[in-house]
Design a protein around this ligand. Structure first.
Ligand code: NAG
Ligand code: NAG
Ligand code: NAG
Ligand code: NAG
Ligand code: NAG
Ligand code: NAG
Length: 309
């Protein structure tokens, strides 16, 4: 008896441990890509020779890389035998980057390796030659050229296709994601969760989001994300969903006004012709010219009068 209780207790204990193990193994729905820290990063180098005082170099990156940045400065008229060089990242001095640079072959040379592993490592790296000269390297994933500046307009109940693309010259993203702004955040759109509402069609440098059965709540800001290993580049599209009667409203208002006017004119005409009829045939020619002067539609007016007469 006591041994079976012990066994049960042991089994429960095992179960609890097992469950805890499972819990700790799944930190979230989307674990970060498993780039092992130990596996050697590919290496790359960017070198700039500066003759003036400053230069900005754009560096487009797709994947994690050990990037060597090399700055060569031809100096100014002082040509001191040595100067102090250091590095900045996004305006802040990089720790332990200060060193003395000797003048060699009539130029100063400063070089450093940066491990670019994730989005935080992207940004603006500057090599500084005292405060005399600098080179900015701006590290970023490929940019998306502006998708469109005007909002897309569609109607309640319709479906709409929103398109984003990278330029042909840019590298292909590994995949595309779509997000919708919800006031505070960007909420990713998962088509599997709402297959009747959304569809995403990806084609290399192009992506399409189809939204079915539009409601006014579907209006707002949409983001397409071109996913590169180092960062996801975002493009922005605004969607406006309007009620079908909305653009018809001025048209309907004008139509109603015209009908009212026409009816009023007809009544007036009828009243006038009755008056004419009772006044006698002799007056006919006179009233004809009179009504023509007042009427905007002489054709209709005269044909009516002909029928009456
Ligand atoms: C990358 O750079 C880091 C230092 O920034 C270095 O420890 C590592 O060995 C480098 N890896 C490769 C493959 O060069
Ligand atoms: C730098 O140059 C100065 C002369 O301008 C010299 O006195 C000094 O020793 C040099 N320092 C180094 C580290 O070469
Ligand atoms: C990069 O940072 C420097 C300051 O270190 C700043 O002067 C420069 O404007 C920045 N460039 C860009 C493109 O952000
Ligand atoms: C917006 O989306 C974020 C992320 O999915 C979510 O945490 C937040 O609650 C949403 N906010 C609103 C107002 O729906
Ligand atoms: C759109 O909504 C209507 C009803 O509101 C539904 O019958 C129809 O199947 C929906 N169409 C799609 C493509 O979801
Ligand atoms: C990563 O991409 C996002 C979206 O385009 C952008 O806002 C952000 O500045 C990028 N991060 C870096 C460090 O460039």
């Amino acid at each position: 008896m006591s041994s079976s209780w012990e066994q049960l207790f042991f089994q429960i204990l095992l179960l609890v441990v097992f469950c805890r193990h499972i819990n700790t193994k799944t930190p979230g729905p989307t674990p970060p890509p498993l780039v092992s820290i130990n596996s050697p990063l590919p290496t790359d180098i960017r070198s700039v020779v500066l003759k003036g005082e400053s230069h900005t170099e754009s560096v487009e990156l797709l994947n994690p890389v050990n990037l060597t940045l090399e700055c060569t400065w031809t100096g100014n008229q002082n040509k001191l035998p040595n100067i102090t060089g250091f590095w900045r990242k996004d305006g802040d001095e990089v720790e332990n980057s200060r060193l003395t640079v000797q003048l060699e072959n009539d130029q100063y040379n400063l070089k450093r390796v940066f491990s670019i592993i994730s989005e935080e490592n992207l940004g603006n790296y500057s090599c500084m030659f005292e405060s005399e000269a600098k080179i900015d390297f701006v590290l970023a994933a490929p940019h998306m050229h502006e998708v469109r500046d005007k909002p897309i307009v569609s109607y309640v109940g319709d479906s709409v296709v929103i398109v984003c693309k990278m330029e042909e010259t840019k590298p292909k993203p590994s995949t595309w994601n779509w997000y919708k702004a919800n006031g505070t955040d960007k909420e990713q759109i998962f088509t599997a969760a709402e297959p009747l509402r959304y569809e995403i069609k990806n084609d290399e440098r192009k992506t399409k989001l189809v939204v079915y059965n539009l409601t006014e709540a579907d209006g707002g800001l949409y983001y397409c994300g071109a996913v590169y290993a180092i960062n996801t580049t975002m493009g922005l599209v605004e969607l406006k969903v309007i009620n079908f009667t909305e653009p018809l409203k001025p048209f309907i208002a004008i139509t109603v006004e015209v009908i009212v006017l026409v009816v009023a004119i007809m009544f007036y005409e009828r009243y006038q012709s009755k008056k004419n009829y009772t006044a006698g045939k002799g007056m006919n020619d006179q009233t004809n010219t009179l009504t023509q002067g007042e009427n905007n539609e002489p054709e209709e007016g005269s044909s009516m009068r002909q029928r009456k007469v």
